[in-house]
Design a protein around this ligand. Structure first.
Ligand code: LMR
Length: 398
């Protein structure tokens, strides 16, 4: 008897499998706009200097590799919470908010998913249509009932009215996943005014927001990008936030993130954190230490923090200029109007509006890799390749 005979093969991950396909591609002009990693002008995903310096200090000073606790590195948790909620957050002063360190933002999402299933049974979760594909599978795998609210219309434009309309019909008490900034995959963010309208419905329907905050610093700036999170924290008694250090600290493979819970009072937060520690113990036991120690060290040192902020700002500005550059490069092809949204979107990604068939043609004829949904990682672009990309887009659009 074969124990494994009935194990079927499933398709590769829609995003990570692109990395592999790109590496195997020998076309000299290949272009990787798939997975969301930042690349510099040399096409490398750099380790920020602030990270290198912090790592060097850690190597010199680290005395032990023993486990860190279930909630992870306490200094990391404290400093990351301040970065997300604001150094002067009343929630932190009142001990109503606390972070549990997780293996990356994905770990934070999984911890949140399991917390909802264990502790808030019967609550469904609502995702924007579209959203990061792993949101879809992660919550379903955790046993939650997943629903969708509209986010973009058929013309590839943000549809706030449809979103708000859908929210008014959501079951009371359900969870809504919101993207704090730099919406993945679309790059379309709500204005503050529209977000406030959404928040009114969230309150009226007594919905619980789970805010995915994976791109702090890539939209309008480190502090500016936190406004939606901080507004929710100020206006709602309870909130879940997942924070990732993959992109803004360039710590992708170190799997550094946190689930931040805001509770009605300090006593309730202790109850919730006891559950999180239990769930995390059964998922990964204790989180990996290195990335969190690096982040804690940077955020706790004025000089390193300043250096990191400058480096992050350089990345943000470079992506913004690549967005404008691509729209300019499309102009000679008569396509700058059609793709004007690329310059207006925020963060690493652009929902280009290219169809799956056009994405396939880009890949087959030009070795240009986008996610099948038409998402391009603008942060993977190279200023010298904008004309190549624009010409290829023009070809597949004709
Ligand atoms: C992405 O959306 O490309 C990134 O968040 C990386 C990932 O894990 O999918």
């Amino acid at each position: 008897m074969s124990h494994f005979a009935s194990v079927a093969r499933v398709p590769g991950d829609p995003i990570l499998s692109l990395m592999q396909a790109y590496l195997l591609d020998t076309h000299p002009a290949r272009l990787d706009l798939g997975v969301g990693v930042y690349k510099d002008a040399q096409g490398l995903t750099p380790i920020p200097r602030a990270v290198k310096l912090a790592e060097q200090r850690l190597v010199d000073s680290e005395l032990s590799k023993t486990y860190i606790g279930g909630h992870g590195d306490a200094l990391f948790a404290e400093r990351l919470s301040q970065l997300v909620l604001g150094a002067d957050s009343p929630l932190l002063a009142e001990r109503r908010a606390g972070a549990t360190q997780t293996p990356g933002g994905t770990g934070a999402l999984r911890l949140a998913a399991d917390f909802i299933r264990h502790c808030l049974p019967g609550r469904g979760i609502w995702l924007s249509d579209p959203t990061w594909p792993i949101h879809e599978t992660l919550f379903a795998e955790a046993g939650l009932v997943v629903g969708h609210y509209p986010y973009v219309d058929s013309n590839n434009r943000l549809d706030v009215e449809a979103m708000i309309g859908a929210f008014t019909h959501l079951p009371k008490g359900d969870v809504v996943l919101l993207h704090a900034c730099c919406h993945n995959p679309t790059g379309f963010d709500l204005t503050q005014q529209d977000f406030e309208r959404v928040l009114e419905v969230v309150k009226a329907r007594e919905l619980l927001p789970l805010i995915d905050f994976a791109y702090q610093g890539f939209g309008d700036g480190l502090e500016q990008d936190a406004w939606a999170v901080r507004l929710c924290a100020a206006e709602l008694p309870e909130l879940l936030i997942t924070s990732s250090c993959s992109k803004n600290f360039g710590l992708y493979r170190e799997r550094t993130g946190a689930l931040i819970v805001c509770a009605a009072d300090a006593e309730k937060l202790v109850d919730i954190r006891s559950q999180l520690a239990f769930i995390a113990r059964n998922l990964w036991s204790t989180p990996p230490a290195h990335g969190a120690a690096v982040v804690a060290s940077i955020l706790g040192d004025d000089e390193l923090k300043c250096l990191w902020q400058e480096e992050l700002e350089d990345m943000r500005l470079r992506v913004a200029s690549l967005r404008r550059g691509l729209v300019e490069a499309l102009a000679p092809h008569g396509l700058s109007q059609r793709f004007a949204h690329i310059a207006e979107q925020r963060g690493m990604f652009s929902y280009t509006g290219l169809s799956p068939l056009q994405v396939l043609r880009l890949r087959e004829a030009f070795s240009i890799y986008l996610v099948g949904s038409g998402r391009a990682n603008v942060a993977g672009l190279d200023a010298n390749r904008l004309e190549y990309l624009a010409a290829a887009i023009a070809q597949v659009c004709n």
